[in-house]
Design a protein around this ligand. Sequence first.
Ligand code: NAD
Length: 288
Amino acid sequence: MPALATSDIIAVIGAGAMGAGIAQVAAQAGHPVRLYDNRDGAAQAGIDGVRRQLEKRVARGKVAQAEVDAIVSRMTPAATLAELADSRLVVEAIVENLEVKRGVFAELEALCGPDTLLASNTSSLSITSIAAGLERPERVAGLHFFNPAPVMKLVEVISGLATDAEVAETLYATAAAWGKVPVHASSTPGFIVNRVARPFYAEALRLMQEGAAAPATLDALLRQAGGFRMGPFELMDLIGHDVNYAVTRSVFDAYYGDTRFEPSLVQQALVEAGRLGRKSGQGFYDYR
Ligand code: NAD
């Protein structure tokens, strides 16, 4: 299947860490992009953040100012979901909560034409469940980017039970056209990367809880001896503890409480305290 045409409108719902980055990727590839968030001002703030990031690259001579202006001019904030109706592809990147996502997909089905592809950037939730109950679940797939979306090459293209193979192929080709390295996967809890990454976080959290070493020591060790680009604590701070904890809970629940995936009470406490990592200024580390 061919990739979507660059004239096709791409909509992104959720202008947080991931949504703004995904919108940037699509705009860099030449698409007109609409960004919607239900928090007042968040979509414009997301676009402003993309401009700031790109202008840092201008200052380092990596990209021309005219190119940055062109990319940002292709990104438009949307004030309502209805403004996304004529998009060819909608990528949802909102809170990691099945019921909330299902509500948004039901609204999208009512608003968008029959040819609009609907994708979720969920890290762990079942694509089969997100699509269930829709009239046309075959046009729903996972399009799972990694953080930060403009930098990380890997994209998991997730098929639920009802996903049409042509929809998955179109998303795969589109991700490749956007300069990404896509892989096909079926909808299992956590998909591929977030499933194999669970022990990376879980064992590090257990070591810390047992008093083996402090987060900074464990991070340094895994970077230097383990060869990881980031240690588990700095990576959880980057991802956001609300997101990371929700993913662990969803994988734990999906595997009927398999203790290998048991969520950490220390991470739960960080979420309860609002210490979500970089985005809130505090997590395992202090960013203030
Ligand atoms: P985030 O908290 O940074 O941003 C979420 C945004 O969605 C917020 O701006 C919020 O206002 C908005 N939102 C929430 N409910 C909404 C609704 N009903 N309608 C419109 N907007 C709504 O979260 P994030 O880290 O960008 O994660 C978003 C999704 O991407 C989640 O499903 C998460 O699991 C997934 N994901 C996250 C990462 C990561 O490293 N953070 C990586 C890959 C995938």
